[in-house]
Design a protein around this ligand. Structure first.
Ligand code: SF4
Length: 942
């Protein structure tokens, strides 16, 4: 009998249709293919053509389907009916919701626009939300960068015109040694995983510097388990070793940095420490061709790193002298820093030697001709195959700005920024501080603000101070307390608003920021501030409007909820005006679009703002006859022009001869073109313009042509930061604007124009013997911020979070896995389960952040592990440092940028009997969306 092969269909169609959009399960913005069956989302995979992820999808990305189906999704606008914090609401219509918001906000705009504080969390539409706030006229706007990684961003921009992630990335094609510091796995997630995979396949080495060996550090060839808060000291010891051995790229320093720029060396001169400039204001160098002074960028000039200049009795010395004097000092020798960093001198020397060996002995050239900004043509590009990456781990300390500067200086001394094999910028970066806007804060009734809120001060004249010297902003950004707070201080808004310091506000308007839980320091204190009443029985913060897609802890504290959509139900633009998806060889932007329509009465927050802006008669949101200018966010994306020809999306604009990318008039069909192209647009950089971008004439011309710059902007890297020096000079008693006396010494000490290291400020406020242990949190790779906590798939990976202890502390306290510890800081205590982890700095404990949830939030059941065993370290961290008897309370922030110093935390531990659940136990909130079902099961399609 013949054998019959069954007729198997080995590749059944898995969907009727694929819709290509952009993932939002973390901030990496990977391209996704959303497979649809009968109009419903069936599953999600990576888009193979997408510039960010090239088809790679992580666990979070594929679990987006469960986010979209989450029982915690808000379903309609809500008005609070019970006391704040109770979670008692009634559903109202959008018309009622927007009328209420208009009734609250219109009088503020007419009388005192600063009484609105509008802060957004992790949204990716900041160029839009800031535009709205600017039109409203309040100075009180920022996003969440102040509690995330502003130190990394600001230090990068002040030093070299960009930093990591959206700004820059390793040259994965050529790098041979990759060193990463303090990186949580959620930032630049898929791109780094792919990059590490590629370079390891080529035999390149990875060095991970992190107190905790997890994630990328777990796959590093070499793990350096540094003591928290000492990265800057370690980096400056590497600088010391490289300079001592003469293993620095002298030609690069001379050509592309301010190492040869002359600095006034007369301590009696009012210009002491500032650059010698010509009549046009150009910093001066000595030209090796002539031995004479010349502007740093003069045609054909060859800047001298060594020569000094004496005029009118004042000696001017090149920055290179100051660098040598500072970093050859024995205080940065490996032996001097080893104990403090927890790294042996031998190890420090070995890493310095390896960095130098790879940078200089494995140097290579690419045969590409290019012309620099001084007019010199080069026929090759020299590669130095060492690259770095760093993120919140080194920046969320009170010494983080200077630590990030130190890391950038290390890269520059090795000559490995924007060269083959090194760290490369992504358009619209590089973009140095002096071509960014300055901060603006002048407001007047009924008028827009006088300019963009956020920016990069060049000196005291750019601070946001009122005529009496008090802070102009509720978060005290851009004041003497934190002059370079380029992203604002979201973590101080509620505390300052509650204290009425510097003034009282009326309405707190928040988007996507879980400030009543994991996005705040002092979580319980913040909940109290949000519910506190004054003597007349009114809330101290009178009104709170909040927009979120999910029933987060913060929802219960708002008076009015504007329910947002999920990321699969909305238009978005990932814009070159904001945080695009560019690659080093291309400018790229992308969209999201509604691959499914919402099945609830929700609207994208940005669309709601378009209507609210029109109801409030905001100039940018109404037509000349007073009608609503943008029907919704999609309409804004297509039609808004930031300046003629430049809009939120650069692709498929209307040029003189038809469709074009870059500059062009609005195109009605622009979003359709993006959808047809897979949701993104890429503009490739010509080959001769791909490296040396800050100095490469071809890149500068390309950037002008594509609308990134209006004119070429070549510049040199700032090893020595003159803006910082200007603040220091003010603290020394010069100029019209000087700091209050109580801040003079701190400004002198911390705003050093060359990177320094100082101990985290909490160390000076806390008895280190009583609180000997460092405590950290990290984002889990499988879950992004709080959004994964109601995701049925991701919850199975992290349902609760133990406190991980290193072997030394685990044994010292006699713990077994599953035991419980009381963890106490100067601010509070928590009681939590512990687990042993050997690959951990011996003085450090840590846990995953945002796993712990409040009962009643996120549609979880009250006995969910997130609400019983999960916990937050935030309860132990205060937004102010402990009092130290000087009559002042100092902000727990970096004194330069105001970045929240989450990772300065010190604690003590003790073993305690296991309680029924983790402490503190916060009372249950009522859930405005009920609870999820016991089991979830459905089939999409037949
Ligand atoms: S890395 Fe982030 S953006 Fe990319 S697939 Fe994963 S969750 Fe989505």
């Amino acid at each position: 009998m013949p054998y019959c092969q069954p007729d198997l269909d080995l590749s059944p169609p898995v969907s009727d249709e694929i819709r290509k959009t952009t993932c939002y399960m973390c901030a990496c913005r990977c391209g996704i293919d959303v497979h649809m069956k009968q109009g419903k989302v069936a599953y999600i995979e990576g888009n193979r053509d997408h510039p960010v992820n090239k088809g790679v999808l992580c666990a979070k990305g594929s679990a987006g389907i469960m986010q979209h189906n989450s029982p915690a999704r808000l379903r309609a606008p809500l008005r609070r009916t019970g006391p704040r914090g109770s979670g008692e609401f009634e559903e109202i219509s959008w018309d009622e919701a927007l009328s209420l918001a208009t009734d609250w906000l219109a009088p503020l705009r007419a009388e005192a626009p600063e009484k609105l504080a509008f802060f957004t969390g992790r949204d990716q539409s900041q160029s839009f939300t800031s535009y709205w706030a600017q039109n409203f006229g309040t100075p009180n706007y920022a996003a969440h960068g102040g509690f995330c990684s502003v130190n990394m961003a600001a230090a990068g921009i002040y030093t070299m015109g960009g930093a990591f992630w959206e700004f820059g990335t390793p040259d994965w094609d050529h790098t041979k040694l990759f060193m990463l510091f303090g990186v949580a796995e959620d930032h630049d997630s898929n791109p780094i995983k792919m990059g590490i995979g590629r370079i390891k396949a080529r035999g390149a080495r990875v060095i991970g510097v992190n107190p905790i060996r997890s994630g990328y550090n777990a796959v590093a060839d070499d793990w350096v388990g540094i003591t928290p808060g000492t990265d800057g000291l370690f980096i400056l010891a590497l600088v010391h070793e490289l300079m001592k051995a003469g293993r620095i790229d002298v030609a690069y320093l001379s050509r592309y940095t301010n190492a040869p720029v002359l600095v006034n060396g007369d301590s009696k001169s009012p210009e002491f420490g500032l650059f010698l400039r010509d009549a046009d204001g150009k910093p001066q160098v000595i030209d090796r061709n002539t031995g004479k002074l010349a502007a740093f960028d003069a045609k054909g000039v060859r800047p001298d790193l060594h020569a000094t200049h004496r005029a009118a009795g004042v000696t001017h010395r090149p920055v290179m002298h100051l660098l040598a004097e500072r970093y050859l000092s024995p205080e940065y020798a490996p032996e001097a820093v080893a104990d403090r960093c927890g790294i042996t001198p031998q190890k420090i020397r070995a890493i310095a030697a390896e960095l130098a060996r790879v940078a200089f002995e494995e140097a290579f050239t690419l045969d590409r001709t290019w012309t620099d900004f001084r007019g010199e043509t080069h026929h090759t590009m020299t590669g130095r195959p060492v690259s770095f990456h760093a993120m919140r781990g080194i920046s969320a300390h009170s010494n983080g700005f200077q630590t990030c500067r130190a890391l950038h200086i290390l890269q520059i001394l090795l000559g490995t920024v924007e060269v083959p094999g090194g760290m490369r910028f992504k358009p619209p970066y590089p973009k140095p501080a002096h071509i960014h806007p300055r901060p603006h804060s002048n407001c007047a009734p009924g008028k827009p603000l006088d300019g963009p809120h956020l920016g990069y001060p060049a000196g005291p004249e750019d601070l946001c101070l009122r005529p009496d010297g008090s802070p102009a902003r509720i978060d005290k950004a851009f004041t003497w307390e934190n002059p370079l707070s380029a992203h604002g201080l979201m973590h101080m808004v509620i505390s300052n608003a509650h204290a009425g310091d510097p003034y009282r506000i009326d309405t707190l308007f928040l988007y996507m920021a879980n400030m009543a839980w994991n996005s705040s320091m002092n979580t319980s204190g913040v909940m109290d501030m949000l519910t506190d009443k004054d003597a007349s029985g009114d809330y101290v913060i009178p009104r709170i409007i909040y927009s979120d897609a999910y029933s987060s802890e913060m929802v219960a504290y708002a008076d009015l909820i504007l329910p947002d959509t999920t990321y699969l139900e909305r238009y978005d633009c990932i814009s070159l005006l904001d945080r695009p998806i560019s690659e080093p060889n291309a400018a790229a932007d992308a969209i999201r679009w509604p691959v499914v329509e919402p099945d609830r009465d929700v609207r994208s927050f940005q669309s709601a703002l378009c209507e609210l802006g029109a109801r409030l008669n905001l100039p940018g949101f109404v037509t000349e006859d007073g009608g609503q200018k943008f029907a919704d966010y999609a309409d804004y994306i297509i039609h808004h022009e930031r300046k003629p020809g430049i809009g939120p999306l650069a692709g498929w604009r209307m040029g003189e001869h038809g469709l074009t990318h870059g500059r062009g008039a609005p195109n009605e069909a622009q979003l359709d073109s993006y959808i047809k192209n897979g949701g993104f647009c890429v503009q490739h950089i010509p080959e001769a313009a791909q490296y040396y971008k800050p100095w490469n004439v071809a890149y500068q011309d390309w950037a002008v042509q594509t609308g990134i710059f209006d004119a070429p902007q070549p510049y040199i890297f700032e090893l020595y930061s003159e803006p910082l020096r200007r603040f220091q000079r003010a603290a020394e008693g010069h100029g019209d604007r000087q700091p209050p006396d109580n801040l003079r010494e701190r400004i002198k000490a911390t705003m050093d124009p060359l990177p320094i290291w100082y101990a985290p400020l909490e160390d000076g406020h806390v008895d280190e013997a009583e609180y000997p242990v460092h405590a950290l949190t990290q984002r889990p790779m499988a879950m992004y911020h709080s959004w994964g906590s109601q995701n049925a798939w991701l919850r199975q990976i992290h349902g609760h979070n133990p406190l991980y202890l290193p072997t030394r502390l685990f044994e010292q306290h006699g713990f077994k896995d599953g035991d419980w510890a009381r963890v106490t800081s100067p601010h509070g205590e928590i009681t939590v389960p512990v687990a042993h982890m050997a690959a951990l700095n011996p003085h450090t404990v840590w846990t995953w952040n945002a796993i712990g949830k409040r009962k009643g939030a996120w549609a979880l059941k009250e006995d969910a592990p997130e609400a019983t065993r999960g916990f937050l370290l935030n309860h132990l961290i205060h937004e102010l440092l402990p009092a130290r008897g000087d009559g002042l309370r100092w902000s727990n922030s970096d004194p330069v940028t105001g970045q929240a110093a989450w990772f300065d935390l010190r604690v003590k531990l003790e073993k305690v009997p296991a309680p029924a659940e983790a402490h503190p136990v916060i009372p249950v909130q009522k859930s405005p969306v009920g609870q999820g079902a016991d089991t979830l099961a459905w089939k999409v399609g037949k």
